[in-house]
Design a protein around this ligand. Structure first.
Ligand code: ADP
Ligand code: 5GP
Length: 203
């Protein structure tokens, strides 16, 4: 019997630090899969095709939808984003930890299809600090930042309504990362997750 996969969904208002935390979690867990989404938005900063996103045209994205390539897809901030179905298939095959950096609507869709998935909402310590981080990242203009701050309040309310299992406040990065590691560790101890010796008589 092999490990059951751990599908870990991380959602957060843009600029909260979710990508920073997700990347670190992947690097610290050998065999972990980072779900690289398809998107129609152009690359930002030094983002790399295939590593951060798969950057595709609207036509290609529509074809992928028609081919059933996505486990979920959504329209976010004027662009399309989709999670490849192959990520879940690979996680299932290998019993791996798979990390999804997606929004709340995407998290809900995956949770409906895979009720064992675990969703964590990463929160900024305050809206003022979120604004400071977005400005420090210097990848968005003023109008985009104002739109992202407005969207942040909606995203947080949606996540609460959707029943996200965990809330992690990313004030101090080290402490937020330790919280995420604790979540992963606790989830591996969830009843039935790990294979046990057959003579223990437990499934
Ligand atoms: P997201 O993926 O949620 O949009 P990023 O991981 O790109 O966010 O982080 C946004 C910015 O905030 C980056 O410049 C990152 O280095 C910074 N950042 C992340 N976590 C913290 C933290 N705990 N304290 C201060 N700055 C942080
Ligand atoms: P950004 O443009 O800042 O990288 O991402 C914008 C938002 O889209 C973030 O909340 C991010 O988590 C979300 N997102 C990224 N990929 C996907 C995806 O495949 N599906 C869904 N539903 N949301 C995604």
């Amino acid at each position: 019997m092999s490990n059951k996969p751990l599908l870990l969904i991380l959602s957060a208002p843009s600029g909260t630090g979710k990508t920073t935390l997700a990347r670190r979690l992947v690097a610290a867990n050998p065999g972990a899969i980072f779900s690289v989404s398809y998107t129609t938005r152009p690359p930002r900063g030094d983002e790399k095709d295939g590593a951060d996103y798969r950057f595709v045209s609207e036509t290609t994205f529509q074809k992928l939808i028609a081919d059933g390539a996505f486990v979920e897809w959504a329209h976010v901030h004027g662009h399309h984003y989709g999670t490849p179905r192959t990520v879940i298939e690979e996680a299932e095959k290998r019993g791996a930890l798979a990390i999804f950096d997606i929004d709340v609507q995407g998290g809900e869709t995956i949770k409906r299809a895979h009720p064992e998935a675990v969703r964590a909402l990463i929160l900024p310590p305050s809206l003022a600090e979120l604004e400071r981080r977005l400005r420090a990242r210097s990848t968005d203009d003023d109008a985009t930042i104002r739109r992202r701050l407005h969207a942040a309040r909606i995203e947080i309310r949606l996540a609460r309504a959707a029943g996200y299992e965990y809330w992690v406040v990313n004030d101090d990065l080290e402490s937020a990362y330790a919280d995420l590691e604790a979540i992963v560790r606790a989830e591996y101890c969830r009843a039935g997750r790990r294979p046990l010796a057959p003579d223990l008589g437990l499934p």
